[in-house]
Write a protein that binds this ligand. Structure first.
Ligand SMILES: [Zn+2]
Length: 265
């Protein structure tokens, strides 16, 4: 275990920076300037923030509404669950505008024949990389609401929200981007061929932006178990919602047994 190594002051305003182990891009909580701690310099990419649009009360009622309707949910979910935790987090993302070219060779075998395939394609993406290492956040399912973004300013960080610094800089984000696009290209090609013998991916990065985006994290309890619910703080969309398995009601104690009886189980 390494302790936080040194005291560092903000090169922009001189205030002490709060550094946590592993963090690389730090936003000064006094002046809002972002710093790259790996090189000890003021951060040079554009830093944006997407403001949160919802109050805690609105988010709670959206959660109840989510529980009360829709597919595959236990009917008593809204009635019998309670929200145990609810907080807003500003998550750090790299949004990378990239043109990706892939050249490939492979073989299609599923028809029973051995058909060689080769070709290339180019696609453009605005790819997101979350700047945190240990995170189960579903980045792929999250449509980052870029329409709401504004230049970074501390006044847009809601009171009582958690603010997370990035644990990687854009160089590392770019190498993750490469891995993820290679994976994605293999996935795209899997519909066309069964064996990919070579694939070469070339990236042309057009632009990289550093964006803090608001996400509400909720934990709710239902029948003694905890489930997670995530809302986009800009659009109000559900990013992820854990739904209890239907038979969670059938095994718990007396009331569970009664319930089971009602459903003819
Ligand atoms: Zn500062």
């Amino acid at each position: 275990m390494t302790e936080i190594a040194e005291k560092v002051n903000c090169p922009n305003c001189g205030a002490p920076l709060k550094l946590e182990a592993g963090e690389v891009i730090i936003t000064c909580e006094y002046c809002g300037a972002a710093m790259n701690m790996a090189v000890g310099k003021k951060y040079f990419l554009r830093h944006s923030i997407i403001p949160n649009q919802y109050s805690p009360e609105q988010i709670s009622s959206m959660a109840k509404k989510w529980m009360g309707g829709g597919f595959l949910k236990p009917e008593d979910l809204a009635r019998r669950s309670s929200i145990k935790e609810q907080y807003l987090v500003f998550l750090p993302f790299f949004v990378i505008h990239v043109s990706a070219q892939a050249k490939y060779e492979g073989v299609l075998t599923r028809t029973g024949q051995h058909i060689p395939k080769k070709g290339d394609f180019t696609r453009e993406y605005h790819w997101k990389i979350l700047g945190r290492r240990a995170s189960s956040f579903p980045t792929k399912e999250y449509e980052i609401p870029l329409r709401g973004k504004v230049d970074f300013d501390l006044s847009h960080v809601s009171k009582n929200a958690k603010f997370l610094n990035s644990e990687m800089d854009e160089r590392e984000a770019h190498s993750r981007l490469k891995q993820e696009i290679e994976e994605h290209n293999k996935f795209l090609l899997s519909s066309e061929m069964d064996v990919i013998s070579t694939i070469e991916t070339n990236l042309e990065i057009r632009n990289t932006e550093f964006v803090h985006a608001p996400v509400w994290f909720l934990k709710y309890e239902y029948n003694g178990k905890m489930y997670e619910l995530l809302f986009d703080g800009a659009s109000g969309d559900t990013i992820k919602g854990d739904i209890p398995a239907p038979d969670d009601t059938s095994t718990k104690g007396f009331f569970g047994k009664v319930k089971k009886g009602f459903f003819g189980g």
